[in-house]
Design a protein. Structure first.
Length: 193
């Protein structure tokens, strides 16, 4: 299997996701998933959060892991063999075609700071998800001294992300600060801009 994310293997990236598993679990739980729900994990990488969601929704639900890295998704597929309801979707988070079935839940975690055009991702989600879709958008808080995550110069201010969300038609239902230098928004798509 090839390298991912600047030479890091999908296995190593999965380990990194596991190290922040407590944060990912909190984010997935905040979405309010239940048995039978569907979730789109945008920028899933090797899929730690996708696997958490698949455990919650069970075989009557659906989880779609979306990432542009074929290697990361192949790694996830090899770990998800017992989850027939976890599907792989290779594509760009700013231009993907949504899977059929009207997914009403999504997770966008730790993606925006690395994106070439993060605003385009938020706008695209607002265009392809059904009205009433709920999700969690989370990334790293700008800090002066980093202990976790990416270089502080790459981090996007909380207020900036909130503005992108509301301008795209998402209503912020709740905001909070999960552990390890994160911020998060629980949002619902209420209009199309």
């Amino acid at each position: 299997m090839g390298s991912y994310d600047g030479g890091v293997t999908p296995g190593r990236m999965f380990e990194r996701q596991g190290q922040k598993g407590h944060v990912l679990r909190e984010l997935v739980e905040a979405i309010g998933l239940a048995v039978g729900d569907g979730l789109l994990d945008v920028g899933s990488g090797p899929g730690y959060a996708s696997l958490l969601a698949a455990e919650i929704v069970g075989p009557t639900g659906q989880v779609w892991a979306l990432d542009e890295s074929q290697a990361a998704l192949e790694f996830l597929q090899s770990r998800a063999e017992t989850f027939d309801w976890l599907h792989i979707l290779v594509g760009d988070a700013a231009a993907f075609a949504p899977p059929a079935g009207g997914l009403r839940r999504f997770l966008l975690s730790d993606v925006l700071h690395d994106a070439d055009d993060p605003v385009r991702i938020v706008r695209h989600l607002a265009q392809v998800l059904p009205l009433g879709a709920r999700g969690v958008v989370s990334d790293y808080t700008p800090v002066t001294e980093k202990r976790f995550g990416p270089d502080p110069r790459k981090r996007i201010p909380t207020d900036t992300v909130r503005e992108w969300l509301t301008a795209s038609g998402f209503e912020v239902l709740r905001s909070w600060e999960p552990p390890d230098e994160h911020y998060a928004f629980l949002v619902e798509l209420t209009s199309r801009s």
